[in-house]
Ligand binder design. Structure first.
Ligand code: NAD
Length: 213
């Protein structure tokens, strides 16, 4: 499929649209309007129309969007037909919780291997996922053609571990550590920080209170 350049904000909303379209399709719904979609995914309908406009004419005026067509389109765009294996580095409190979750709601992503330095857990299978010693990182990443890794190690070892992962072939890092990693060009880092998310939520609630005064 031809690669379309879209804004990051649009790219982040695509999985939301996709998940809702799956629900509609499962419920036997044939069409959906941008207003309906907007209420369900909590994105304003102007943004939805703009997002969809990057992919050409996906809907007809006055008719809305054909659920099956849209679903097939997003399935392709989001690579929902391909299973992506992901590695997890650092099986402590957070890593263990992520292993346990293992993206059960999505059927095209799974953590297929985990790594740690703790001899008490390496060589074991936790939540159905083998935990390897870090010395096996390169071999597993190569054998399983893994390009994405989740980083859940202590912050003092985050940069060193990221360097090691990149050296071994990882191209994308989902970084849960508080460290802002420095990485060479071509490596993509997605930072996840629950504290920042909560701060944002607090900010919005506070500003709504201010506005309602
Ligand atoms: P933890 O100490 O319970 O787990 C860390 C694990 O990493 C341990 O199993 C340890 O053996 C392993 N480890 C240590 N050095 C390693 C190395 N060099 N290579 C591979 N594995 C190694 O810590 P935690 O509570 O699970 O937190 C993990 C990270 O996630 C920390 O950096 C923490 O700050 C961060 N965190 C982020 C969020 C968030 O919202 N982003 C929330 C909680 C924790």
């Amino acid at each position: 499929m031809e690669k379309i350049k879209i804004p990051t904000a649009t790219a982040k909303r695509l999985p939301l649209y996709y998940r809702y379209l799956v629900i509609l399709n499962d419920a036997g719904k044939e069409k959906v309007s941008s207003t309906e979609l907007s209420e369900a995914v909590q994105v304003d309908s102007a943004s939805i129309r703009r997002d969809f406009s990057y992919f050409g004419a996906l809907g007809k005026r006055g008719y809305g969007y054909d659920v099956k067509n849209l679903l097939a389109f997003f399935k392709k765009i989001l690579n929902q037909d391909t299973l992506t294996n992901v590695a997890l580095i650092g099986v402590g409190n957070l890593g263990h919780a992520l292993l346990n979750y293992n993206f059960k709601r999505t059927n095209n992503i799974r953590i297929s291997c985990a790594f740690d330095i703790n001899k008490a857990i390496t060589g074991k299978i936790l939540c159905g996922v083998p935990v390897y010693d870090m010395s096996e990182l390169k071999k597993q990443i190569t054998d399983q053609q893994i390009e994405i890794a989740i980083l859940t190690v202590p912050s003092d070892t985050a940069q060193k571990t990221a360097n090691e992962m990149i050296n071994d072939g990882v191209k994308g890092i989902m970084n849960f550590t508080p460290i802002r990693l420095s990485t060479p060009a071509g490596i993509r880092v997605q930072n996840v920080d629950l504290a920042t998310e909560l701060q944002t939520l607090i900010y919005f609630l506070d500003s709504e209170k201010e506005n309602n005064k």
